[in-house]
Ligand binder design. Structure first.
Ligand SMILES: Cc1ncc(C[n+]2csc(CCOP(=O)(O)OP(=O)(O)O)c2C)c(N)n1
Ligand SMILES: [Mg+2]
Length: 1010
């Protein structure tokens, strides 16, 4: 095993600390080699050594001033001028590639990328051409010492530039496309571009840090560079800023020359996996004719690739892989990587839905998740999880990340070394979907980093019917990943050994540096987008080519047999075994009647949790003593800590509110809820834009020392034995961050996981996560989540975009207990509902429409006794009216902040007759509190005038949802009346004056005429 290969295997040592560039300057250009002899010349030592070797051959060819340095008598220079005149050599336009390099020979009669200009002339006169070490044709003895030195240095510098160009641009002519579409010429990779011709090939040059010796002939240099960077692997890595990372990868690649050099066992394994991948598709194709499966054909190398990740995981200390992927090849991955039985997959093709399924309406087979324990060849176990995902391409990415993060946190894997996310993408989707950029942007952020994701793009060079030139403005489909400075490997899918080599590099890099890595698996798609699609309608020439192409399995098998590594009998046996397994599985499902589905049993961390909603209310009160303990904890800072003076006042008042029984506001109620859960052993994780202070400056979960800038999080220090409290100001994204938190909640039901929208309006930027995951995952995939969404909502005259969290959208999705939706009007209700979310074993996502102006509204406060007694109330009756229902002439129902407008208006209009109007608050909109509302309507059964009042326009807010439900409970002849804003296309007016006028008008509708 070569040194570089053993480094690949042994790279699971401690991670490099090199997240930030080290103190040395960033050097994209290679350094000259260090010379032990001329260290005093520093970075120029290499040049000086070179001059010395020139001097040894021809003392007269170097400047006199060097003689003392080299220990010779100045007299040695007397011979100057005695040698023959230098021969002028004009470089041809290009150099033929040294075997077996793939670099271009360039256009045959081209004058070269510099239009025939000899770069040497830029520093010397035309006749200055001179072999670097004087071993070949001619000398430049007539030159002055300085000119000679410059000339020589320039020539070596040009070679070093050439070397750098291969490192940076070699991928431009790499043979990474199995369809042969890659370029064969790129000017900066042509030696002629640097003024070198054929006759220079055997000249020795300083090779910098290129392995193979500090001085190498140009031929040797080009050969190594060509093999390393222009074979079936094209690699982009010089954009990585950290010199340490770059040098590490460069060394591994250049020493091995990216030659996979696999062992026989590895080769056989590749063939077995390719056979399995191909036969799986062709079997489905013939047995389930016309059914969609989104075949992997053309990209079968994905299977040996993923197989290698799993097989080599234990050697890297990895014990779990969390996968996410779209439709393409998903069934193949389920069967051949996760070990889902052929029988279960075939049964799904038979489509016999179980009407008793606990998962409701279910999903198509190529969206479903799966998990398994795989025992790799070494006997060790690797847990594999494929996350369920919707059609919405790339939406699963942040979910995979969040899920991985939660698993890592639970396992105490702070650096993400043992649990690894692997996401498989399509080329068009990776380039096109913003979710990709958002997700990779999370990758290095505190609170979201998972220690590096292995991204694999199944780059079949087409998206549905769209070609790459239509699908992106970038050169590569992977270019967006460059923003996070990670290496990108483009590898030819028809070269499975190169694919395995790339996986080794990628895994070693990820494990060492904790960064993402991207593998662009360049392949093709054998059929149409799905198997019923005719690809020649849109890409006739491409598909003519593809039709005539041998599969990667055929190519590889042929290589193995012809090289004598495998007999054709052995190859046939591998194929036969796989065919038999497939056939037997099909026979099995045909011969036995479909059995009942296994009863659904939550497993792992979900053991004991349920989606069966308990009916009885839960006591969520917290003892006074504990509330005081929390209040002390959250208002305490270390003695050295210098808090902002205003914040100190807030901290003091929080403490007093609890100990002295004063008004408790929203911020404090939330802190008391969090603190109580933490003390009961339940971790709390909150993330969202600017949420640690709070958009409305009400939370102050993180304090900043006014001198040192140090941060202190009081909730994390309430007691010695408490659970973990984390709060993160997120990336300015909704979709990826909400997706991440949703993913986190999937893997950790015992933590309170909250995402806060800056304003509720922005939540629709994450609509795909809400619709495709949060609200529907349980009925589609049987996945529970206890995620909480905090959605600031309320009409305060701030314009169309800071008013509505689109209550109607959430309500519209409500069915089958998919969500809980609350709109609390008091801090204590907020406290109790947060506690209820954790204290029940029931887990369903919770959307809370949270206040803005109410955060500081003097009436929207609670008293400490309400925290130490009671529970969340789904509906709050009017205390005055309730005392005398017979006096009530009008019943006005509402939810949220408008309640306070109604209270004020009622007092203004009715004075001491307020008991004639009952103002009732619906605190929970879903699950619909039917029993409580029914009771309420009975209580005020004599009241004929029943109104629903809302501040949103009639086509928005809860009206459409509540109207049929309340009306059916009211029964004839009572009719529910509407008081609210008129229908509108935009959620709110941009004019404060209009806002107020609208408010007055609908308050008149609600309370007028009494
Ligand atoms: C967000 C989203 N938009 C559109 C689609 C419809 N769609 C399904 S597959 C596909 C093409 C995907 O191309 P690519 O990412 O290259 O994957 P491939 O199918 O080639 O493997 C499209 C547009 C989708 N599934 N998701
Ligand atoms: Mg594609």
């Amino acid at each position: 095993m070569s040194e570089s290969q053993s480094q690949l295997r042994d790279s699971n040592g401690p991670r490099s600390q090199a997240r930030e560039p080290g103190p040395e300057s960033e050097l994209d250009e290679p350094k000259p080699p260090d010379s032990p002899h001329f260290e005093s010349f520093g970075i120029n030592a290499g040049w000086v050594e070179e001059i010395e070797s020139q001097y040894r051959v021809d003392a007269g060819s170097v400047d006199e001033s060097w003689c003392e340095e080299f220990g010779a008598a100045p007299a040695a220079f007397a011979a100057r001028g005695a040698r023959e005149q230098p021969r002028v050599v004009r470089p041809p336009s290009a150099v033929p590639p040294p075997e077996p390099s793939s670099f271009s020979t360039g256009p045959a009669n081209d004058t070269g990328p510099l239009g025939g200009i000899d770069p040497a002339q830029s520093v010397d006169s035309p006749e200055l051409e001179h072999p670097a070490n004087g071993t070949s044709n001619g000398s430049l003895r007539h030159l002055s010492g300085d000119a000679m030195l410059l000339h020589t240095a320039d020539k070596h510098a040009r070679v070093l530039r050439l070397i750098h160009s291969y490192r940076a641009r070699g991928h431009r002519i790499a043979q990474s496309d199995p369809l042969g579409g890659q370029s064969t010429y790129f000017p900066e990779l042509d030696p002629a571009h640097y003024g070198f011709g054929n006759e220079s090939l055997d000249e020795p040059f300083i090779a910098g840090d290129l392995p193979g010796g500090s001085v190498q002939t140009l031929r040797q240099i080009l050969k190594r560079l060509g093999k390393t960077y222009c074979g079936p692997i094209g690699v982009e890595y010089t954009h990585v800023q950290d010199p340490g990372r770059k040098a590490w990868l460069r060394q591994l690649m250049e020493e091995s020359q990216n030659d996979p050099n696999l062992e026989d066992g590895e080769r056989r394994r590749i063939l077995e996996k390719l056979v399995a991948a191909e036969l799986f598709e062709t079997f489905l194709h013939t047995k389930f004719l016309g059914q969609k499966r989104f075949s992997l054909e053309g990209g079968e190398s994905l299977i040996p690739l993923l197989d290698h990740i799993v097989e080599s995981a234990p050697a890297f200390g990895i014990r779990e892989v969390v996968l996410g992927m779209a439709h393409r090849g998903r069934l193949n991955v389920l069967a051949n990587i996760l070990g889902k039985s052929y029988e279960s997959i075939f049964s799904e093709f038979e489509d016999s839905p179980n009407i008793h399924s606990p998962f409701g309406s279910g999903d198509v087979k190529y969206h479903k998740g799966f998990s398994s324990d795989r025992y790799v060849l070494s006997g060790e176990r690797v847990h594999l999880t494929l996350t369920s995902n919707p059609s919405h391409l790339e939406a699963v990415n942040p979910v995979v990340e969040g899920r991985t993060k939660a698993k890592q946190v639970r396992a105490g894997d702070t650096d993400g070394e043992t649990i690894v996310p692997v996401i498989i993408h399509g080329d068009a989707a990776f380039a096109g979907q913003g979710m990709v950029a958002e997700t990779v942007n999370l990758s290095q952020l505190d609170g979201y980093c998972t220690g590096g994701t292995i991204h694999v793009i199944v780059n079949n060079q087409i998206g549905y019917t769209t070609t790459p030139s239509e699908a992106r403005s970038t050169l590569y489909c992977s270019d967006v990943a460059k923003m996070i400075q990670v290496p990108i490997f483009h590898v030819n899918g028809d070269h499975p050994e190169a694919v395995i080599h790339v996986v080794k590099l990628a895994m070693a890099y990820r494990q060492r540096f904790g960064d993402d890595v991207v593998i662009d698996l360049v392949c093709y798609r054998r059929h149409g987008h799905n198997e019923g699609d005719e690809p020649s309608f849109t890409q006739p020439r491409l598909y003519r080519k593809i039709r005539n192409k041998s599969s990667v399995e055929e190519i590889y098998r042929e290589q193995q047999v012809s090289s004598g590594r495998l007999s054709s009998e052995e190859a046939a046996l591998i194929e036969q075994q796989r065919k038999t397994a497939l056939r037997e599985a099909l026979e099995l499902i045909h011969s036995r009647p479909p059995g009942p589905d296994e009863p659904y049993e939550p497993r792992g961390p979900w053991t004991g949790y349920s989606r069966l909603r308990p009916d009885e209310p839960l006591d969520t009160a917290v003892s006074l003593a504990r509330l005081v303990q929390i209040a002390q904890g959250i208002s305490r800072v270390p003695s050295y800590f210098n808090v902002h003076q205003k914040l100190q006042t807030i901290l003091d008042s929080r403490h007093e509110a609890v100990t002295e029984g004063l008004a408790i506001d929203w911020g404090l109620a939330e802190a008391l809820a969090f603190g109580s859960l933490l003390l009961e052993g339940m971790p709390v994780r909150l993330s969202g834009q600017d949420c640690s202070r709070g958009t409305f400056s009400h939370r102050h979960a993180v304090l900043v020392d006014q001198d040192s800038g140090e941060e202190y999080t009081p909730l994390a220090h309430i007691a010695d034995t408490q659970a973990r409290f984390e709060v993160y100001d997120s990336l300015l994204s909704e979709a990826a961050v909400l997706g991440f938190e949703y993913g986190y909640s999937l893997a950790d039901p015992s933590s309170l996981v909250l995402w806060e929208a800056q304003f509720g309006d922005f939540a629709n930027g994450a609509q795909v996560i809400i619709d495709q995951f949060i609200t529907s995952a349980h009925v589609k995939w049987g996945r529970m989540s206890g995620l909480v969404m905090l959605l600031p909502h309320g009409y305060e005259g701030q314009g169309p975009e800071h008013s509505s969290a689109r209550v109607e959208r959430f309500l519209q999705t409500c069915a089958e207990d998919c969500l809980q939706i609350v709109n609390c009007t008091t801090p204590v209700q907020f406290f109790h509902v947060l506690r209820r979310q954790m204290l029940r074993n029931y887990r369903a996502p919770l959307a809370i429409f949270t206040p803005k102006s109410l955060l500081r509204h003097p009436k929207a406060t609670s008293r400490v006794e309400e925290f130490s007694q009671g529970a969340f109330q789904e509906l709050i009756d009017d205390p005055v009216a309730r005392a005398n229902p017979a006096a009530v002439r009008r019943l006005v129902l509402c939810t949220g902040k408008v309640h306070y407008d109604l209270v004020t208006e009622r007092a203004k209009r009715l004075g001491d007759r307020i008991g004639e109007v009952a103002l009732v608050r619906l605190e929970q909109l879903y699950p619909w509190p039917e029993a409580a509302i029914g009771e309420l309507l009975d209580r005020y059964g004599d009241t004929q005038d029943v109104v629903w009042c809302q501040e949103e326009p009639q086509n928005m807010g809860p009206w459409s949802f509540v109207w049929p439900r309340i009306q059916s409970l009211l029964g004839d002849p009572r009719r529910l009346r509407y008081a609210g804003r008129d229908e509108s296309a935009s959620p709110a007016t941009g004019s404060l004056r209009t806002h107020k006028a609208q408010l007055e008008r609908f308050l008149e509708d609600a309370l007028g005429g009494l």
